[in-house]
Ligand binder design. Structure first.
Ligand code: ATP
Length: 456
């Protein structure tokens, strides 16, 4: 008798363990079927309760009256498709005349708990068709990144976070946004995100340049993998001058190659560094700016001039940098016109947007107001007890909720030290070469100057 009880008990414990340890496997094995049945059974009543139905048409009412039948029910949007995914369900709906996609976005929260799912996001995929992306479980609670896939160097794409639909979120410098802005309140997870990005870039063939006006607290420990670092506004201004000069030299190289290819029939004309022959191609540069507002502060005339010079150089790098393989990664608590002249111009160039938790809607607007109003709403709703959660958008108006893995500073330092030998030299940036930690200098890990080739 006890053995009979034991079997279902063991199965139940196994299922619960599976759900806790491997939520994705649990979802694929059981959750998705239960959820799909639940959604289909509750569909009509949920649409009705959420006010997402339309009254019956006049002719149906007239027909019912003529046939002496009961008044027809309100009509729900027609289900076009219900598709299971590794983390949830995707429900595609055809709207009835008079319905608005915005009503579905506004009802996302009601739909979430009515269908007993973890999250519902609505987006209009074409006129009159809405897609409800429903997540079955809290995938961002414990972020486990899938094993990294090898990326060719020309791709310049780094896995930085997990999306709530279970996909990996990449920071891709070549498409769609060559430059990015990352905003968020204090302790919202900006530095952990940036650290994760650096650990992803460290093993790649890339020049890392840092500006960290929090006295270098965030980036100095990672100095072994940085070609140049500045930790105060004065030094940052000089570093940006040097980087603009370097960009000019890369443009000269592109022009020289163009002159050669123009004279050769059928030869491709070089438009950016990626068109250059591999042996001539300069190593791409990623400039990380932590707490950009520090660069925009000015207490007197001299500091105002320096500030203008910094912002002008950042705008110049953002406008012209892509072809020269220079990419900006700007991070700050706020990023609006109150930071002064040129900031909105710079923001327009930083098309890859990420917003961590923000303190007010205005800050969310700074990140998404100009590209995705939906994302503004999502950014202000980020739970303050879930640091690292962010909304990532792009210039096409799409966005998703993401969370980076919790990369500790220790782990990031170890990765940067291990890849110190990949740090390229750039003559213009030589004065900004960071001081290396003692253990790197005594050879416990390879010092940069031995192995890395000159960037260009
Ligand atoms: N992805 C994450 N997963 C889990 N915890 C995180 C994550 N990101 C951040 N945290 C937690 O939040 C804390 C604050 O994160 P972080 O230092 O990145 O914030 P910040 O926005 O850079 O803050 P500040 O602007 O004050 O420097 C971290 O110490 C960590 O405990």
């Amino acid at each position: 008798m006890s053995a009979l009880w034991l079997t279902p008990g063991v199965v139940l414990v196994a299922v619960l363990l599976l759900r806790w340890l491997r939520p994705t496997w649990y979802w694929m094995a059981f959750g998705v079927t239960f959820a799909a049945i639940r959604v289909l059974i509750r569909y009509r009543s949920v649409m009705d309760a959420c006010g997402l139905t339309v009254p019956p048409s006049r002719w149906r009412l007239a027909l019912a009256r003529m046939a002496n039948r009961p008044v027809p029910e309100a009509r729900s949007p027609r289900i076009l498709r219900l598709r299971p995914t590794a983390t949830g369900l995707v429900l595609r709906l055809k709207l009835r005349p008079g319905q608005d996609a915005y009503d579905f976005s506004a009802s996302a929260d009601r739909l979430r708990h009515s269908f007993a799912l973890h999250n519902v996001v609505s987006r209009e995929i074409r006129s009159g068709v809405v897609e409800l992306r429903m997540t079955g479980y809290d995938i961002l609670k414990r972020v486990r990144m899938p094993p990294a896939e090898p990326e060719p160097d020309v791709a310049l794409r780094v896995a930085v976070a997990l999306r709530e639909d279970g996909q990996v979120h990449h920071r891709d410098y070549r498409v769609p946004g060559p430059h990015a802005l990352n905003v968020g309140a204090t302790k919202s997870g900006k530095s952990v995100y940036q650290r994760t990005l650096v650990t992803g870039l460290a093993p790649r063939n890339v020049v890392l340049v840092g500006i960290d006006c929090k006295n270098g607290v965030e980036l100095s420990p990672l100095a072994a993998r940085f070609t140049a670092l500045a930790d105060n506004p004065g030094e940052s201004a000089e570093l940006l001058d040097a980087l603009v000069a370097y960009m000019g030299r890369v443009y000269e190289l592109i022009r020289a190659e163009q002159r050669i290819s123009v004279g050769l029939p059928d030869a491709e004309i070089t438009a950016d560094i990626w068109d250059l022959p591999v042996h001539l191609r300069p190593v791409p540069v990623v400039l990380l700016v932590d707490e950009v507002a520090e660069l925009a502060l000015a207490a007197n005339k001299a500091e105002e001039a320096r500030r203008d010079q910094i912002v002008t150089n950042l705008v110049r790098l953002a406008q012209l940098g892509r072809a020269a393989g220079i990419h900006l990664e700007v991070c700050g608590q706020r990023f609006g016109s109150e930071l002064g002249k040129g900031i909105t111009m710079l923001r327009a160039q930083l098309t890859g947007r990420t917003a961590h938790r923000v303190n007010d809607e205005t800050s969310a607007h700074m990140a998404f107001g100009d590209i995705s109003p939906d994302a503004v709403l999502a950014a202000v709703q980020i739970d303050k007890d879930r640091p690292g959660t962010a909304v990532a958008g792009d210039s096409s108006g799409g966005w998703s909720r993401i969370r980076a893995p919790h990369t500790t500073l220790r782990k990031a330092v170890d990765i940067c030290n291990a890849h110190a030998h990949r740090t390229p030299e750039i003559p213009e940036l030589a004065p900004f070469r960071p001081q290396l930690p003692a253990r790197v200098l005594v050879g416990e890990v390879q010092p940069p100057k031995h192995a890395a080739a000159s960037a260009f």
